[in-house]
Design a protein around this ligand. Structure first.
Ligand code: ADP
Length: 208
């Protein structure tokens, strides 16, 4: 692989489509490393300048400005790499929640090589809103607390994030039906991503 760009698979889909759930499970499997941009943001100290700015936008359901998003995300990824928590020569990076607009997709090209986009498709917006409401209670999330904020996030997804799909070649986008139990959806995702992983990484067990 190239020395500077990380081999990556994007988990893509509307809020509540299950990117976080599936990314978390995938990240437990050797050879995959999951990084959610929203999770990176939530690790920040809310009283720090970056933390305050991110809270200001995310609590309104708006996108955080690109410069802050990329700076904070890259800093976190670099730290994980330096600590060898993420090992770029062993693990496919599963990116979730980034890029969220075309400009981020362009900036990201410098840092990651996108092998595939797994598009979690869920045409039932109301079902996704119900999922988000359950998560709001479970995780105490400010961006999920009010119906108006949730609806705003869907608007932002349609206007800014969905067009990101057109940024990449059609052949690299795999549509996956996001309806079903986490295990059912996982099965469908694995069918897409395992061949891509095998094509780019050789995983041999060390000899006993
Ligand atoms: P979800 O999983 O519901 O899509 P996330 O946890 O990914 O939500 O993100 C929560 C909030 O953080 C978003 O609504 C947005 O305000 C902000 N955010 C996350 N990722 C990005 C990004 N790549 N660019 C701009 N804002 C982002």
């Amino acid at each position: 692989m190239s020395s500077t760009r990380y081999e990556s698979i994007l988990l893509f889909g509307a809020p509540g489509a299950g990117k976080g759930t599936q990314g978390h499970i995938l990240g437990q499997i050797p050879g995959f490393f999951h990084l959610s941009c929203g999770d990176v943001f939530r690790t920040l100290d809310i009283n720090s300048p970056d933390g305050r700015e991110i809270y200001e936008y995310s609590s309104r359901g708006e996108l955080v400005p690109d410069a802050t998003t990329i700076k904070v995300w890259k800093r976190h990824l670099d730290a994980l790499t330096v600590l060898s928590v993420y090992k770029p020569y062993e693990d496919v990076l599963i990116l979730d929640g980034i890029p969220r607009n075309r400009s981020q997709a362009k900036i990201l090209e410098e840092h990651v090589h996108v092998l595939q986009i797994v598009h979690l498709v869920c045409p039932d917006t109301e079902a996704m809103i119900r999922r988000i409401r359950r998560r709001a209670i479970r995780e105490n999330r400010a961006d999920d607390a009010h119906e108006t904020v949730i609806r705003k996030r869907f608007e932002v997804y349609e206007a800014e994030t969905r067009p990101v799909l057109e940024y990449y070649p059609k052949s690299s986008v795999s549509d996956v039906d996001a309806i079903g139990s986490p295990a059912e959806v996982l099965l469908k995702i694995l069918k897409c991503v395992v061949p891509v992983q095998n094509a780019h990484f050789r995983h041999e067990l060390p000899e006993e």
